[in-house]
Design a binder for this molecule. Structure first.
Ligand code: SF4
Length: 472
């Protein structure tokens, strides 16, 4: 278990640590299990690591069986409608569990809880099922909320509309020994017209670079080889800080950390992707030659409606420059199909960008109307039939290009960070190249967490098969 070294608010931190100690004492001798399910993005996964850390410190042991759990926690996402529906489904199923186990405590947190209409529904419909509700700004308070719930015996809700203090020097549990995510900033100021993130995660706040560097050094000392620098829009890192720092400068600083092998980051906004960032990726040997550059739509008209603040031409020039400057770079993207008023011509512009950039992979989504966003009131909805037809064409195109790109990788030897045993064949190991491409190869389990050379002998649509060469 590692501790993140950002003691921004000492008083709050002390209060939480005392509460953790008190709960541990109170619950001593009881065999208690927690079950946690995380929806959505890497930010939520990172938050769940912190929440798990607090629960373990109190004395809970993680279980994969919801029936065994004494504490159930759902960390929610509200980016798409289906993620929300899943949560209501989960909560609906809790009733039976609660009847069998009256002491079971159920908690829901995360982005979905920051929305008024969700809170109303949970308060009205699920008062008995859900014991603790909290949002995105106060996850560090889990121990205090649990303690209060045990004391009062009824549903408690603690939602902050805005971020107050960052309190992060609390226990955290890492899923992988060799890789870790590190928050470099929180929130987003961009207000893309389809997105709820600025409403549920608040305004942009960057962490000071010293605390980020210290955290990464501690992680490296604990066996971490690869870090993922996390933020909704990492390219605007540093705004509002008193120190002279940008994302590019931060990359160069992190690159100097001894023992660290790989640096990744997520997510980049094309409007803030400066030359300075491109040169930092090019110059820093530890920064992976992999750029995730969400386009969302290839139509300048739709991009304007989305409030993305770049045009198709700007994006294409940027992608060209990235390819020219960063040797062997892989570019991936996010695409939304069926944004309000998207015409066939607009969609063809998207296909045009896909062909011109030649993405190594694309995350494709059907537009999901989110309450409270500007796009939700735009009208001009595209019919489900048209959306599905476009979506299928999009998948065909992105898959074809990904396959063509992967075919060119045959015979090449890549440095692969070994992640785990293959899920489908335990004789195989699975790892990732710098370009974030999945590689399967035969090897010993002891190589997990190591960087090895793998020569590719077979290329598939979404992954590569290779042969282990030498350890490095
Ligand atoms: S940049 Fe746009 S899509 Fe990304 S989190 Fe911010 S508002 Fe949402």
């Amino acid at each position: 278990m590692n501790r993140e070294n950002i003691a921004v608010n000492d008083e709050e931190l002390k209060k939480q640590l005392v509460t953790i100690d008190n709960l541990r004492y109170e619950l001593k001798g009881k065999e208690l299990f927690y079950y946690i399910e995380t929806f959505g993005c890497l930010m939520n996964e990172k938050d769940s690591e912190k929440l798990s850390g607090v629960l373990r410190e109190i004395g809970y042991v993680e279980t994969q069986s919801i029936k065994q759990a004494d504490f159930i926690l759902y960390n929610t996402c509200c980016i798409r409608d289906n993620a929300e529906r899943k949560i209501y489904g989960r909560v609906g199923n809790i009733k039976g569990l609660k009847q069998k186990k009256p002491d079971l405590i159920v908690s829901i947190c995360g982005c979905m809880m920051q929305q008024e209409h969700v809170l109303e529904k949970l308060q009205k419909k699920y008062k008995r099922e859900v014991d603790i509700i909290f949002g995105t700004h106060n996850i560090y308070k889990l121990a205090e909320l649990l303690s209060t719930r045990m004391e009062v015996g009824h549903q408690i809700i603690d939602i902050w509309r805005e971020h107050k203090d960052i309190v992060e020097d609390l226990p955290s549990v890492r899923k992988y020994k060799h890789k870790a995510a590190v928050n470099i900033m929180y929130g987003c100021d961009n207000f893309c017209s389809y997105c709820v993130v600025p409403y549920v995660r608040g305004r942009e706040r960057s962490r000071d670079s010293g605390s980020i560097i210290q955290e990464i050094k501690d992680l490296v000392n604990d066996g971490v080889k690869e870090v993922m620098l996390l933020g909704q829009n990492v390219n605007s890192y540093g705004k509002g800080l008193s120190e002279d720092i940008t994302f590019a400068k931060l990359l160069r600083e992190v690159n100097k950390i001894e023992g660290l092998k790989r640096i990744r980051y997520m997510t980049s906004h094309p409007k803030d992707f400066t030359d300075e960032v491109i040169y930092a990726i090019r110059d820093c040997e530890k920064v992976c030659n992999y750029v995730h550059l969400p386009i969302q739509s290839g139509s300048t008209k739709v991009l304007e409606e989305m409030n993305r603040k770049y045009t198709k031409d700007h994006y294409l020039n940027l992608a060209e420059k990235i390819k020219k400057e960063i040797d062997g770079v892989a570019i991936t993207t996010d695409i939304i199909v069926g944004f309000p008023c998207e015409t066939e011509e607009d969609f063809l512009e998207t296909l045009d960008v896909i062909r011109k950039v030649g993405y190594d992979s694309a995350f494709t989504y059907i537009y999901s109307k989110r309450t409270g966003t500007k796009a939700a009131t735009m009208g001009g909805e595209v019919s489900a039939e048209v959306i599905n037809e476009r979506f299928n064409r999009l998948i065909l195109e992105t898959d074809k290009i990904q396959k063509e790109n992967n075919a060119k990788r045959n015979g090449i030897t890549y440095k692969v960070l070994v992640e785990e045993l293959s899920k489908s064949d335990s004789k195989l190991l699975t790892g990732r190249t710098e370009q974030n491409i999945l590689v399967h190869f035969e090897g010993d389990e002891s190589l997990i967490g190591e960087l090895v050379d793998v020569e590719i002998f077979e290329t598939k649509g979404h992954y590569l098969n290779g042969k282990l060469k030498t350890e490095s």
